[in-house]
Design a protein around this ligand. Sequence first.
Ligand SMILES: [Zn+2]
Length: 312
Amino acid sequence: MRRLVTETQLNAAQLVLPLFVRAGRKIRRPIRAMPGVFQLSPDELLREAAVAVKAGVPAVLLFGIPEKKDARASGAYAANGIVQQTVRLLKKELPDLLVITDVCLCEYMEHGHCGIVQQAKSGAKILNDPTLKLLARTAASHAEAGANMVAPSDMMDGRVRAIREQLDQDGFTDTPVMSYAAKFASAFYGPFREAAESTPKFGDRRSYQMDAANAAEALREVALDIQEGSDIVMVKPALAYLDILYRVKSEFGYPTAAYAVSAEHAMVKAAAANGWIDERAVTLESLLAMRRAGADIIITYAAVDAARWLKE
Ligand SMILES: [Zn+2]
């Protein structure tokens, strides 16, 4: 009876697994604050992706850790960059897996910021418009390698339009854009920065990411991304921002994604390791809450576990 009248469904088909790739072979480097999450060499990542597919997870979101960083983030758009290589490998070996790529420059910049930095007397400044060209180039190089969808996470103004135009110009008119539309400057990203080796060397990201206090501004950011051609809009983090998720979904009715970020994962894992919570029940309830709030798609480090639990 309860199943007949249930309002919200959670199933594996809605989940996306984030994966971190670095150069090498047979590398599985654990990330301290994210139990069960690793930096993987492409061969190991392929194995992990195959496990996800088998569990019923339809998609992965790829982050790259390059061998060297510079001031132009050249590793981000190199034709044979780490993400580009891995996309090719995944699409060859697991053609049915939906491969989404994170488009940002921070992992590839020596300073760890998401844009080009200009040092001035008054301090460092992120140069918004010159950054757009590099982001567009990065997205096009991912599409060229075979990515099914690109996901810009940088929060520069105008980047969705710049990426859309570049993709269209290069013939990738069918490659959709899932934009991190309302991405908050959040302490919940702490463990991720270790994972992606993208901690800024100076300053913080508050000049381009959203203030946690602002919900109306988040809606304006989402509206802009939609106008610029975003196909799916994302709210990040998820659990502490369910009100934003709800408002974004009700206001725009667009396909909406929620990113359950690294510290959300770390908190559940730590409490579970102490025997303080039931990991499975808490994880599934949190994911269900994101669905109830309006998420059509959930990006989560627990995707494979959740997919298996949902099958039982
Ligand atoms: Zn970034």
